[in-house]
Design a protein around this ligand. Structure first.
Ligand SMILES: Cc1cc2nc3c(=O)[nH]c(=O)nc-3n(C[C@H](O)[C@H](O)[C@H](O)COP(=O)(O)OP(=O)(O)OC[C@H]3O[C@@H](n4cnc5c(N)ncnc54)[C@H](O)[C@@H]3O)c2cc1C
Length: 444
């Protein structure tokens, strides 16, 4: 039986572990944290009444076109239709303006949604429909060097502010002036043309850990595979054709046929470099590892913040008009979306504000979000906890050169940043995990 060590228990690492285990490999997955799931995991939140409630380390949203993630959830016994609230694409503001697709087959849903958008003039709606038709005619492709702002040049400012920018920032976590137009178009194409429900928004009803990483860890354990939580790998050591690991917890030495780096890019680069200088590695492969690490280290990252807050309207817990609303955002009013967890299986009054590409520190950010909510939603809020992940995603810029999945000598990589069609998303991570594992299973 062939053996693999997987370093990192995010969605990519678990996707790879399941794929390898189902192909007859024996795997050991090392995850540095105590919770599986990496950037898409659950965490405990203390509520004002002293009870605890599980939320995400950062509010996430999936779309219907994320078929690999949904399939993988099903494969470990999770029903995505129960675990996620599914709604046709909705970008509505508190005043009711904005976009809401009907639940129709694609692309009729998009056509009807745009044609009936509230608050946009007939000219603005026509401009978007015409531009969308032009993108479709061009096969949703453009020059690799184009930014989303260049792609959308000439569209009315209101469409840029209320449709293009919110979509771009939530899908790519990169402002449209810097974001890759070809990746943006690919996400649009998959959402709008991958079949009925591809553009639906899917919002977790329970914390992200329970959606996949925890059931995946359970599945692996039930099938004789090993998941080591709280186990940081500090070095990977080539030993002839095989590999050994050094862990902070000092696990007994073991040899593997392959190692999969499923940790974030900077850590994967560090581990690759730790192996590159090893005496037993042929010099040619050491150089290939160094080149790979340089590419991984060159990626820039962008933050995402989530402010969890308790909202009242008078004496009662607040409830939004919809489970989530878009917010008008500026530098002083930084949140782009608010999610009402009372409508997502959580306690009434619990809100999550999302600040993609967030710039401010925690205290000023929290104050700005509370003021924004009072002004735009009429809500009185008490902040409960704010989480800023400074390296939430890589900056999805034009013509980005992303590291390849194979480093050589039985060393591989998977994760949202590895070469692939998508920006840094759960689906990008999952697809990368599956594809790297499948490549590993091919006769070498
Ligand atoms: C706040 C926030 C909001 C987001 N919103 C969305 C969204 O709405 N929709 C969406 O699709 N995506 C979203 N993303 C992006 C998505 O979460 C990531 O793209 C995805 O989770 C990346 O998965 P991964 O497995 O590639 O990496 P990670 O999740 O980073 O997993 C890597 C794992 O490796 C572990 N590790 C690191 N070093 C070591 C080591 N030396 N030894 C052992 N283990 C190690 C880490 O602890 C981690 O668990 C968001 C991300 C954040 C942070």
């Amino acid at each position: 039986m062939r053996t693999a060590a997987i370093i990192g228990g995010g969605w990519a690492g678990f996707a790879a572990a399941l794929t390898l285990a189902r192909s007859g490999w024996s795997v050991v997955l090392h995850e540095a944290g105590r919770e599986p799931g990496g950037r898409a995991r659950g965490m405990e939140l203390a509520l004002p009444d002293g009870t605890g409630h599980r939320v995400d380390n950062g509010q996430h949203i999936l779309i219907g076109a994320y078929t690999s993630s949904l399939e993988l959830m099903r494969s470990v016994g999770v029903d995505p239709e129960q675990a996620l609230l599914r709604k046709p694409l909705t970008l509505r503001y508190a005043d009711g303006s904005g976009l809401g697709f009907p639940d129709w087959p694609a692309p009729l849903d998009a056509l009807a949604g745009i044609a009936c958008a509230r608050g946009w003039s007939a000219g603005q709606r026509l401009a978007l429909l015409t531009r969308a038709a032009r993108w479709r005619f061009a096969g949703f492709e453009c020059e690799e060097s184009t930014t989303v702002a260049q792609l959308c040049n000439g569209l009315p400012q209101r469409l840029l502010d209320e449709f293009i920018d919110p979509l771009c920032i939530s899908a790519l976590n990169t402002p449209m002036q810097e974001a890759s137009a070809s990746v943006f178009l690919r996400v649009l194409r998959d959402a709008l043309f991958s079949g009925r429900g591809g553009s639906h928004f899917l919002v977790p009803r329970s914390d992200l850990g329970t959606l996949f990483p925890i059931p995946a860890a359970r599945w692996l354990a039930q099938h004789g595979q090993r998941v080591q939580l709280g186990s940081r790998v500090i070095e990977i050591i080539p030993q002839g054709e095989q590999w050994a690991l050094a862990t902070a917890a000092g696990h007994a030495p073991e040899q593997f046929d392959a190692v999969l780096l499923a940790c974030p890019a900077p850590e994967a680069a560090r581990l690759a470099l730790s192996a590159a200088g090893h005496a037993s590695l042929p010099a040619r492969e050491g150089i290939a590892f160094e080149r790979w690490a340089a590419k991984a280290q060159a990626l820039e990252h962008r933050p995402i913040a989530t402010v969890y807050a308790w909202a009242r309207q008078g004496e009662h817990p607040a409830r939004l008009a919809l489970p989530w609303l878009a917010l008008r955002n500026t530098q002083q009013a930084p949140a782009q979306f608010v999610f009402d967890h009372g409508q997502l299986g959580g306690p009434p009054g619990l809100m999550a504000f999302v600040i993609s590409h967030s710039q401010a520190d925690k205290t000023p950010l929290q104050a700005q979000v509370l003021a924004q909510a009072e002004q735009q939603l009429g809500l009185k809020l008490t902040a409960l906890r704010s989480v800023i992940d400074k390296r939430a995603t890589f900056a999805c810029t034009p013509a980005l050169s992303r590291p390849a999945p194979e480093l050589g000598h039985g060393l591989w990589a998977c994760g949202d940043y590895v070469q692939g069609p998508y920006p840094a998303t759960i689906e990008g991570a999952v697809r990368s995990g599956i594809q790297t594992a499948q490549a590993l299973c091919l006769p070498q």
